[in-house]
Each structure stands twice: as C-alpha cells, then as structure tokens.
Write a protein that binds this ligand. Structure first.
Ligand SMILES: Nc1ncnc2c1ncn2[C@@H]1O[C@H](COP(=O)(O)OP(=O)(O)OP(=O)(O)O)[C@@H](O)[C@H]1O
Ligand SMILES: [Mg+2]
Length: 354
C-alpha cells in the first residue's frame, strides 16, 4: 500500500499501526502526491492512504488526477477535524472512505484499511466474473451467428438448389406425353406449385438466418429492405431513418448485432404490440451509435417482463440487453399500458469486439 504523508513521524506511526494489524502489508511512503502519481504505474498498490493537506498537490487534486487517469485504486482520505466538506467532496470524487485526524485515529486507521481492502476484493471478483460472463456471452453469440450462417448456406445452396432441380423435373415430366389426362396435368401443376412455395420458404428461412445483404449492401440498405418487407407482410408502417452509419465501417459483430436488435424489436411489435406504426432511428452521434425503436401499440408492464425473463420464459428482450452489453452499450426500455413502447440503445462507436 501507499501512504502519502508529508510528516515523517506521522507516517511512521501510521505504518506501525497498520503493520500491527496487517503484518504482511508492505507500505511505501511518499511525501508529495505528485511524486506518487508518477510512480503509480510501477508500484501498482492495492490501496492509497493520503493526507488532504500536502505541500504542492493536495489530496483532492490527487483524487482528480487519478480520475483523469481512470485509475481505480481505492483511496482513503485523511482530513483534519472540522473538514467534513472536504471528506464529503473526496467521497464524491471516488474516495472509498475518509478518516478524521482525532484521538482514536491510529485505532481507526487499520480497521478502515482492512474494511476497504475487503470491499475492494469483493468488487474486483465481481468485476472479473462479470467480464468472464461478458466474454462468454459474446462468444456464444458469435458461435450462434456462425451456426446460423452454416445453416443458411446449407438451406440456400443445397436444399433450395436440389428442390429447384426437382421442380424442373416435375415441370418437364409430362412434356413428351401427348396422351396425359387433365387430372394428371392438374396434379403435376399442383406438385410444381408446391415445390415453388417450398423453395421460396427455404430462401426466406435462409435469409432470416443470415441476411446476405449485410456484407454486400451494407447495414443501412439491409435494414431498409427488412423494414419494407416487414411493413408489406404485417400491415404495420415502419418508418426507418438513418444518418452516418455506413461511413463508420463497423465490424461484422456490430453490424449483425444491430440488425438482430432491429429484427427482434420488430418481431415483438408484430407479436405483442397491436401497433399500426413503428419508427426506427439509427444514428451515428459521436461517440455513440444511437438506435431508437418506437411503436404506437398497447405497451406493457416492464417489471412483469423482467420477472418472467428471469424465469427463462421470454428471452427476446433479455438477449437484446445481452447483445448491447457485449458491445459495451446501454439499453433502456420505456413502456406503459396504451402508450406504446420505446427502446433506446446506445453503443459506443469504438468497441473492442475481442
Ligand atoms: N413492443 C412491445 N409491445 C408490447 N409488448 C411487448 C413489446 N415488446 C415486448 N413486449 C412484452 O414483453 C414480453 C417479453 O418480450 P420478449 O421479446 O422478451 O419475449 P417474447 O417475445 O414473449 O418471447 P421470445 O422473444 O423469447 O420469443 C412479451 O411477452 C410482451 O408481453
Ligand atoms: Mg420477443
């Protein structure tokens, strides 16, 4: 740990009090906060205890500098008696705790250090398991997309092709048979029609599994086509508007994630909303990509959905939230009965997809 304290004698007493309770602690001493800041990357302490009143940079300025560096090391601030506003301000700036210099200071110090270290340990292990969970869920989504692509290719390139050959076979089956009965001709036409419908259904399934346009046409054009298609099939007017997205050169993970978010939202509107109108906005607004999906449907009780999602019944919104988190984004749902539903998503443009 690090103690920033300009008075040598005071530092010695603090060190002694801490080592008495935590015999394995190794304590470094700095008289100036600035000097500590410079060395921080080298020594990487688990905790920093700093006096507020220091020559040069004071404790508050030190906290601000740590914040600027995005340094998360827990800090305990030591203030003089009557300095409660400084203590409160320190906590606001991210200090984990504060101790006022009073008669029982050397008794309090080691217990506060111990307590902060325990809380820090818990927070760190939570952060690590959250990171592991994020990595796992991102990997799962990638695997799912790869599997969908494989299925889509199989359906499109093999099954649909074979069925097309079969349809040609059916269509030409009676070509050279002049004496074919009307009933037989009708049957052949029916079979050909059935083959045609099945081919179209398979093509649609293949497209649903893997929107091929994402690579060729870009995200905006693919979403636009999807919206037009959705509108035509479901009698729900979809108003899609986009600015600055194709210029961003997004990686495939982000493009497919945005596409799936829109797909699931529109599916929900079709299945649950009873809406006549939906509006989608997809906008590049530095440093974020903003996606807003609104409908004029019947709305729903968000709390009830959260409870059923936990039971694993409805996975659509939950998997949307997961997708957004895996891109380090944020998602908010606003809905109330008869007031429609609004989904607001923000995804940072610079995402680390690995
Ligand atoms: N746009 C919407 N309008 C009205 N209700 C909605 C809307 N979107 C979601 N809901 C409600 O929220 C619930 C949860 O949606 P979610 O997408 O998580 O699950 P689902 O659509 O029921 O099932 P799944 O998506 O897993 O097939 C839905 O059952 C529905 O009641
Ligand atoms: Mg759903």
């Amino acid at each position: 740990m690090v103690i920033i304290e300009d008075e040598e004698a005071h530092f010695k007493l603090m060190e002694r009090a801490i080592v008495k309770k935590l015999p394995h602690a190794s304590v470094s001493h700095f008289k100036h906060a600035g000097a500590c800041l410079e060395k921080l990357d080298e020594i990487t302490p688990d905790i920093i205890i700093t006096d507020y009143l220091l020559p040069g940079m004071n404790g508050i300025e030190f906290l601000k500098a740590l914040k600027l560096k995005n340094n998360q090391i827990p800090v305990i601030m030591i203030t003089g008696q009557g300095d409660e506003t400084i203590a409160a301000y320190s906590m606001k700036l991210g200090a984990w705790d504060y101790i006022v210099k009073s008669a029982d200071f050397f008794v309090l110090l080691p217990s506060v250090v111990e307590q902060v270290l325990r809380e820090w340990g818990l927070k760190e292990s939570l952060r690590k398991s959250e990171t592991r969970f994020r990595v796992l869920s991102r990997q799962l989504m990638r695997t799912q997309e790869i599997e969908r692509r494989r299925l889509s290719c199989d359906l499109h390139d093999h099954l649909a092709q074979d069925l097309s050959t079969l349809k040609i076979g059916i269509d030409t089956l009676i070509d050279n048979h002049t004496e074919t009965s009307v009933k037989m001709k009708q049957k052949v036409a029916e079979l050909s029609d059935m083959a045609h419908k099945t081919i179209m259904e398979i093509r649609e399934m293949a497209y649903f599994l893997r929107p091929a346009g994402l690579d060729k046409l870009g995200l905006v054009q693919t979403v636009l086509q999807y919206c037009e298609d959705f509108s035509a099939k479901n009698n729900i007017k979809v108003d899609f508007f986009s600015v600055g997205i194709d210029e961003l050169k997004l990686d495939f993970d982000t493009k497919i994630a945005i596409y799936r978010l829109i797909q699931e939202s529109l599916n929900n509107i079709k299945k649950h909303a009873d809406a006549t109108h939906a509006a989608i906005r997809l906008i590049a607004s530095f440093p974020n990509i903003i996606l807003r999906i609104e409908d004029n449907g019947k709305g729903f009780n968000i709390q009830k959905y959260s409870d059923s999602a936990i039971n694993g019944k409805h996975m659509g919104l939950l998997s949307m939230e997961e997708r957004v988190s895996s891109l380090a984004g944020k998602m908010k749902i606003e809905s109330s009965i008869r007031q429609g539903t609004k989904i607001l998503i923000e995804i940072p443009m610079e995402t680390n997809s690995d």
